[in-house]
Design a protein around this ligand. Structure first.
Ligand code: ATP
Ligand code: MG
Length: 669
């Protein structure tokens, strides 16, 4: 069964003898399929214990696909910690060994907002120039971590970064993370690396039983990820990588395409190339090849359509006057096609800001859709507030949560009281929660304040007690109600806020739904921590809305690519940088977007866009003219829309962008 339905090259890769190997091939050629088949093959045909295979996937969907395939084909249910994304695998590893780096097993994985808060605290503690933007500092620290540069290696930090005082900020930030028993995303990998590197006993133990390492989307691994893998590799060097240099789209997050390019030499590994594409029709593949052909920096490969059953529908190209019209058309088109349950639709945007108007129209058409990635549910304010209660109930050390909720809803506990609690906690090296308890016992506060703090602490105690006694759903409802949070939302009188609060209430109800899917709080909080990294398996809804970056590895029957305008796609930043490197990365992103489609691809752009109260005219993306006319459907209503657009061109002052637009229009007339 496992080896059925594989072509010759795929078969060769799946049954490859042991040792390092690279499968390098274009989109939709079955790389992920080969990887999951290899896993099943090793277990079934080679008797390898599933627990001794590490399979790093890019999405949780691919991870569950491996688990499902193995359980279906081998009738074996596997619950391995070694199948998943880098972050999910090493979060589990770190929980096991965290004491070595000074963390307790219930450590929290901080999200971006909490990380920023911490950076802000650090900057103010160090009495540094407050003009520094914590977002920039944070992403710099993340870069340093991706590059495997430790906070203790001051010289390397300063060599790598030009941000003033970055060394002391990074240092104190790391100290504080440990003090509040927390880890950020970078630390999940960096701590794991250090634990393995500095403890040969632990490393040897893992090396002795992890006998195979399989990695999907290898082109997007960064330094720390690759070094971790190499560290874990034992003398058999069974490393099986699959990837596509044309789909390297995470350089901005530290991904090194060199990892895949140098792999064959570094490991003296053979390379297997798959050329047959089973996903997309011929027009889609031709368009993808034409666009990516404009990149100079690539190994180059051919895509040949092998799926004869797929209809060769041409690509539909549309232009609109405004973004609103464009979104309306997307919703309208989907609503005309959606009668089949098993047809999937995806709308892939370059920027999350594009999502709002599309969402709006999908709602208008009452179409069931799901946003993947993007503005995350767990990052909404009200959701975060309630999660702060959960975190504090779960761990006394969660100082950021304490700070967030001590006076939310308002309990009359002011800034001054909080500062006293914080000061006492710093002096005695105890958590904020313990500090408030201690001060209370010492009768440090005036009676009125004491009563308020006592009430708050007894609420937290009740939560701590209840969380072991009831299911998570009931526990969630208890927290939302007993904290007074729901009441606070309900009693709002201001009409505008009232409406907003209704959405918030809905969100909290949804939070309880989310909690009900977990058996304990720890698992739920771990999920929340990792959710940024997750791409949800969208079984419920067959319309998904996400960014192009999040769509890697996925496929859909109908794919909409809106906003193909200069400044949006390619992005303004890529254009400003005026270097080929960023433009080539944008082009790879276009290639990823196009190749997500199986049979129907829709590309569109608006000639004007309303942002920040200003209506800006825009010109079509240069990527459009990089595709041959013959890939587009002849039915496109180019005439009408293009003519209307011509009105807006001021021929007196032709900018390079406008010139390109005119050329484009001429070509497509
Ligand atoms: P990407 O580069 O986008 O991640 P990929 O190379 O990983 O793509 P897969 O997702 O594994 O490609 O496969 C693409 C599609 O082709 C899937 O629907 C898969 O089931 C199908 N497929 C792969 N190999 C075959 C085959 N030999 N016969 C039929 N269908 C196949
Ligand atoms: Mg894949």
């Amino acid at each position: 069964m496992i080896l059925d339905n594989l072509n010759t090259e795929q078969y060769e890769a799946v049954v490859y003898k042991n040792g390092p190997i690279l499968v390098l091939s274009g989109a939709g050629t079955g790389k992920t399929r080969v990887l999951t088949s290899r896993f099943a093959y090793l277990v079934q045909n080679k008797g390898v214990n599933p627990q001794s295979i590490m399979a790093v996937t890019f999405t949780n969907k691919a991870a569950s696909e491996i688990k499902n395939r193995v359980s279906k084909e081998l009738n074996l249910s596997i619950n391995s910690h070694w199948i998943g994304t880098f972050h999910s695998i090493f979060a589990k590893f770190l929980r096991k060994h965290c004491s070595i780096v000074g963390l307790k097993p219930n450590f929290t994985i901080l999200d971006i907002e909490d990380q920023k808060k911490l950076i802000k605290q650090v900057i103010s503690f160090l009495k540094l120039d407050n003009e520094l933007n914590e977002g920039i500092i944070l992403s710099e620290i993340q870069n340093l971590k991706d590059e495997m540069i430790l906070s203790t290696d001051n010289k390397a930090v300063l060599r790598h970064s030009s941000i003033k005082d970055i060394d002391s900020i990074y240092n104190l930030y790391q100290e504080r993370l440990v003090e509040i028993n927390s880890s950020d995303f970078g630390d999940l990998l960096l701590h794991s690396y250090n634990i393995l590197k500095n403890n040969s006993q632990i490393l040897d133990k893992y090396k002795s039983y992890l006998d195979h390492i399989l990695i999907d989307e290898f082109q997007d691994t960064n330094v720390i990820q690759y070094e971790l893998i190499k560290l874990l590799l034992n003398e058999n060097k069974n490393i099986f990588c699959v990837g596509d240099d044309d789909q390297s789209i995470y350089a901005w997050r530290g991904a090194k395409v060199e990892n895949i390019l140098n792999f064959p030499d570094e490991f003296k590994a053979p390379v297997i190339r798959l050329t047959k594409n089973y996903r997309s029709n011929d027009s889609i593949l031709r368009a993808a090849s034409e666009i990516i052909g404009h990149n100079k920096n690539r190994l180059g490969k051919k895509l040949e359509c092998a799926n004869k059953e797929i209809k060769n529908n041409k690509i539909i190209l549309q232009s609109f006057y405004s973004q609103e019209e464009e979104s309306l058309w997307i919703a309208d088109t989907i609503s005309n096609l959606i009668n089949h349950k098993d047809v999937s639709f995806s709308i892939l945007v370059r920027m999350t800001a594009q999502m709002r108007s599309i969402e709006d129209k999908l709602i208008k058409y009452a179409l069931p859709y799901e946003i993947i990635g993007g503005p995350r549910f767990f990052e909404r304010k009200e959701v975060k507030d309630i999660i702060a209660y959960l975190k504090l109930a779960h761990s006394n050390d969660s100082d950021l949560s304490f700070e967030r909720i001590i006076n939310l809803p308002r309990r009359g506990i002011g800034e001054q009281t909080l500062n006293l609690i914080i000061q006492n906690s710093r002096e005695n090296k105890i958590s904020f929660l313990e500090s408030s308890r201690e001060l209370l016992n010492k009768k440090f506060f005036p009676q009125a304040v004491s009563t308020k703090i006592t009430l708050f602490l007894s609420l937290i105690d009740k939560c701590k007690d209840l969380m072991h006694k009831t299911n998570l759903e009931d526990f969630g409802i208890f927290v939302i109600e007993e904290s007074g949070y729901m009441k606070m939302l309900e009693i709002e009188k201001n009409t505008k806020k009232k409406l907003e609060n209704e959405t918030r209430i809905e969100n909290l109800k949804e939070l309880v739904n989310a909690m009900s899917e977990f058996s304990n709080l720890e698992e739920f909080l771990e999920h929340v921590g990792l959710v940024n990294d997750n791409i949800k398996n969208s079984e419920k809804n067959n319309i998904t809305l996400m960014t192009l970056h999040g769509a890697k590895g996925l496929e859909f029957d109908h794919v909409f690519l809106p906003g193909w305008e200069e400044g949006i796609f390619p992005s303004a930043r890529a254009l400003e940088e005026k270097c080929n490197k960023s433009l080539e990365e944008e082009r790879r992103l276009a290639y990823v977007g196009i190749t997500r489609a199986k049979s129907n691809l829709y590309i569109s752009y608006a000639t004007s866009r309303y942002t920040y109260g200003v209506n800006n005219f825009s010109v079509p993306s240069r990527f459009l003219s990089e595709m041959n006319n013959s890939v587009f459907s002849t039915n496109i209503s180019k005439e009408g829309s293009f003519k209307s657009k011509l009105k807006y061109i001021d021929s007196e002052s032709l900018s390079p962008g406008k010139k390109r637009m005119l050329e484009f229009l001429k070509k497509h007339k």
